[in-house]
Unconditional design. Structure first.
Length: 647
């Protein structure tokens, strides 16, 4: 396992570079990421390239045994380029061109941007193609599927729609644009979503297509750069660093043409008091591992208190720097790169803290980081070992986007039920995979398929087959709601899943911040919130019924035999313990071994391969935990990781 840091030579006097590199080497840092925002220094004026400073920095790191990841600088086109070619700047939904000097000021579709991108990326790849210390490439930085409203994008979108629908008649039908007299009679009438409206006012079918195309654009932009790098360096290892932003790219497509996934990991430094508030970052790590169903990297890892677009947050508590990095290993990361070596003394991010403070005097956080480096060195032979799981959760990029366009009820968030289900199974010391809804699931025993809101027949068929062949599936409220255009389906919910779950929704109650509760047959009662599907069983058995309101006594949670398998339907959003109860019952029935008595917020995962199994036991809380596991007495400090190797 390898530890690195994000480093910005262009932010520091040259005298510091060698000093920093020496300290890195002493500490155990194995790689640095460089240059992802440095276009103005790499190409100070049109066609005049200066890589001498980067050569020098890379040389200093090489002498110290430190490898390099080069970031392509396309996130920040330099001022001369923006002035010469303002058409490369993206246009917002107010019709205004985005300003320069923040970042991300480039339109992926601009032919001029492509030309300059191709040139700088090509020059970099050509220049460093034989440089042994450059071991990987990062494309751009945190690519997002933003909607640009420039003329190039508008025309591209119209072409995309022409391609998809063929005729305006078909498009009008798919969009239901007759509503509010929105029917189109010319392709040119199709504008981007101008006006800064709350998206919920706009046509949902029209909006989802914009999101889809924006996601395709990002994917294409990354592939464009990857192809250029590969034309110079056929075996280059290429990635891009992603995160959970507002306009999510389609991770699965984005990384399909790249070699590995990397993720920017910033778990919280404020542990919530309310135990209903799931704070663990494990769910995001498992999503990242699931993108290519392979191990991944953390390209930016939490180092100190954060703060830039928000006031400064609590500093990293003792144990967090080491613990959160080891947690990433425990969920399938092979390399963790900390953001950043030293806190910036200049620029907008001067309050987003690195490992070393503004003073350049290494203190507590740095000492902990040094311990992490030693620990990672000990785990070296675990590199590329695998995480194997019997339980999977399906992630739906389309549904995630559609929920953001039309919030379902107060407090409703697509990620919440993913987190609840993940937490429920992880609670029993299991590895949990989170994978694309479109992936093969036959290797699993249990598949959670929450909120499959945008219906895809192949996904539905696969889930039916899986259950028919003996698998256990868990579906939830807001499944089968929309067709592929994001329009409601004229059938009883959960439409295509009705036969599988053996029940239907007779009515639903979006209770938002209100509460209800559900009573299980054994008398256990759990609070529930946000959404209540009032169910009627067709062939299913009722497991729990609502306890309040006019639908008191109506089914809320059911289970159905389907073929050789089983299908659960959870019609509401319950408290954590409700999912834990269901998970334990499901694990027992599915014959999956689990650990019954882990303390809350203690995670156990395993990595297997290279002739070993490594068990990671992580205290993801700010309290000490003492407990017995497999006959061993364990005492873990806050955020402490115990890693045990078994032959
Ligand atoms: C993101 C970016 C970094 C930096 C950090 C901290 O993850 O990729 O460049 O801005 O946030 O703010
Ligand atoms: Zn554009």
């Amino acid at each position: 396992m390898r530890i690195g840091v994000d480093y910005y030579p262009e932010h520091w006097d040259e005298e510091l570079w060698a000093q920093d590199a020496r300290l890195m080497a002493q500490t155990g840092v194995k790689l640095v990421r460089l240059a992802e925002f440095a276009w103005c220094r790499l190409e100070p004026s049109d066609g005049q390239f200066d890589f001498a400073w980067l050569d020098k920095a890379i040389g200093i790191f090489a002498v110290n045994g430190i490898d390099v990841v080069i970031g392509t600088p396309t996130n920040c086109p330099p001022r001369w380029l923006c002035e010469k070619h303002p058409e490369i700047l993206p246009v917002g939904d107010n019709g205004q061109t985005n300003p320069i000097g923040i970042r991300g000021h480039r339109c992926f579709n601009s032919p001029t941007l492509r030309e300059y991108t191709g040139r700088i990326v090509g020059k970099l790849a050509e220049h460093y193609k034989d440089c042994k210390s450059v071991i990987a490439w990062q494309i751009d930085n945190e690519l997002e599927a933003n909607i640009c409203c420039c003329e190039v994008c508008n025309n591209k979108h119209r072409d995309w729609l022409r391609q998809k629908y063929g005729t305006l008649e078909a498009l009008n039908k798919a969009y239901g644009s007759v509503v509010w007299s929105g029917e189109y009679s010319l392709w040119e009438q199709i504008d981007p979503p101008y006006g800064g409206y709350n998206t919920a006012w706009l046509n949902p079918a029209y909006m989802l297509d914009f999101r889809r195309r924006a996601a395709e654009d990002v994917t294409e932009f990354a592939r464009f750069q990857a192809d250029i790098i590969r034309s110079h360096i056929p075996d280059a290892k290429i990635t891009t660093n992603t995160w959970f932003c507002n306009n999510l790219p389609d991770f699965y497509n984005l990384f399909a043409s790249l070699d590995f996934v990397s993720y920017d990991n910033y778990p919280t430094t404020s542990i919530p008091d309310d135990s209903e508030d799931i704070h663990t970052h494990a769910v995001y790590l498992d999503i990242m591992r699931g993108v290519k169903r392979k191990n991944f990297w953390i390209m930016e890892e939490l180092s100190g208190g954060i703060g830039t677009w928000m006031p400064m947050q609590k500093t990293t508590r003792p144990g967090m720097i080491k613990g959160y990095a080891l947690q990433a290993f425990a969920h399938g990361a092979d390399t963790v790169v900390h953001f950043r070596w030293r806190t910036a003394n200049i620029g907008a991010e001067m309050h987003w803290h690195g490992l070393i403070d503004h003073s350049n005097v290494p203190r507590r956080r740095f000492a902990e980081f040094a311990e992490l480096c030693k620990e990672a060195e000990k785990l070296k032979n675990l590199e590329s070992t695998e995480i194997r799981s019997d339980v999977a959760i399906l992630f739906s990029v389309e549904s995630e986007a559609a929920f953001k366009l039309q919030p379902q009820t107060d407090g409703y968030n697509y990620m919440e039920q993913i987190k609840l289900l993940h937490q429920a199974f992880a609670r029993y010391g299991l590895n949990v995979d989170i994978i694309d809804e479109h992936t093969d699931i036959s290797q699993y025993k249990i598949v959670c398929a929450p909120e499959l809101y945008i219906t895809d027949k192949t996904v539905a068929d696969r889930l039916h087959d899986f259950a028919r062949n003996g698998g256990t599936v868990i579906l939830t409220a807001r499944s089968g709601v929309k067709d592929e255009h994001n329009n409601c389906i004229m059938e009883l919910l959960p439409t295509v899943y009705r036969e599988l779950v053996g029940c239907h929704v007779s009515e639903y109650d979006p209770i938002g911040w209100g509460t209800n509760s559900v009573r299980f047959e054994d008398g256990e009662v759990f609070k529930c919130k946000q959404w209540c599907d009032v169910l009627e069983a067709d062939t299913a058995e009722v497991l729990a019924r609502y306890d309040c309101d006019f639908y008191k006594g109506s089914p809320a949670v059911t289970v159905n035999r389907y073929g050789k398998g089983t299908a659960y339907y959870v019609g509401t959003i319950g408290e954590r313990r409700m999912y834990e109860k269901l998970a334990e019952d499901i694990l027992c029935k599915a014959g999956v071994a689990y650990i019954a008595d882990l303390p809350e917020n203690v995670e156990v995962t395993t990595r297997t391969g290279n002739g070993v199994t490594a068990q990671f036991i992580f205290n993801d809380s700010d309290e000490e935990k003492a407990f017995t596991l497999d006959g061993r007495e364990l005492h873990l400090m806050p955020f402490e990781m115990n890693c045990t190797l078994k032959k």
